[in-house]
Design a protein around this ligand. Structure first.
Ligand code: PCA
Length: 189
């Protein structure tokens, strides 16, 4: 299954972003595989939104798994909903700060994840990997990319499962376990 996997680079206090490390490591592991597209996005509203659209149009994936880092998370968070809202005190890496702003002016208020998140959670827990469903992905750059990706899939009418997974900090979960988690999710359909 042609899968697009994305992560984000460092942001905020500059702590390593586990989603970047997971994507870079999986890119090395899947080198040569033509059905995997793995890319680290910049943590910038405009650039990340532009790039995810470009990737979807170019590759027309059958599955999109976007990854991000949630420092406050205690487990793998399988996100349920993307909101049509950017709202943050924290500037992105380009210095942009969005307050109460719709992502797509005439877009729906929210999109549901179309990844099989319940099944993914069960599969993760069976492996002993802490995981939970989260009801929304925040209102910063991760939610932005999740929403833009879902909107693009709808707009193009692609038959493509698309969703978002937040990873906890490396202090809470070793990178190896996070990689296993992403592989379990990617292998689950
Ligand atoms: N986490 C941020 C943006 C980039 C990332 O990895 C978020 O949760 O919005």
């Amino acid at each position: 299954m042609k899968t697009l996997l994305t992560g984000f680079n460092r942001f905020g206090n500059g702590e390593a972003n586990p989603s970047q490390l997971v994507v870079e490591n999986l890119r090395v592991k899947s080198a040569g595989a033509t059905d995997w597209i793995a890319e680290v996005l910049r943590t910038e509203f405009a650039e990340a939104g532009r790039r995810i659209v470009e990737l979807i149009r170019e590759h027309r994936p059958e599955r999109i798994i976007c990854l991000g880092f949630n420092a406050a998370g205690e487990s793998i968070h399988l996100e349920r909903v993307a909101l049509n809202l950017d709202d943050t005190e924290q500037p992105d890496n380009a210095g942009a700060r969005h307050a109460g702003k719709r992502i797509v002016e005439d877009g729906p208020l929210a999109y549901w994840s179309t990844l099989p998140i319940e099944g993914m959670r069960e599969a993760l827990l069976r492996r002993g990997i802490p995981a939970a469903i989260s009801n929304h992905a925040g209102t910063y750059v991760c939610n932005h990319v999740f929403y833009v990706a879902r909107h693009e899939v709808e707009t193009l009418g692609l038959d493509c499962a698309c969703g978002f997974i937040h990873l906890p900090s490396l202090e809470r979960m070793p990178l190896k376990m996070m990689m296993e988690a992403v592989e379990v999710c990617a292998g689950f359909s």
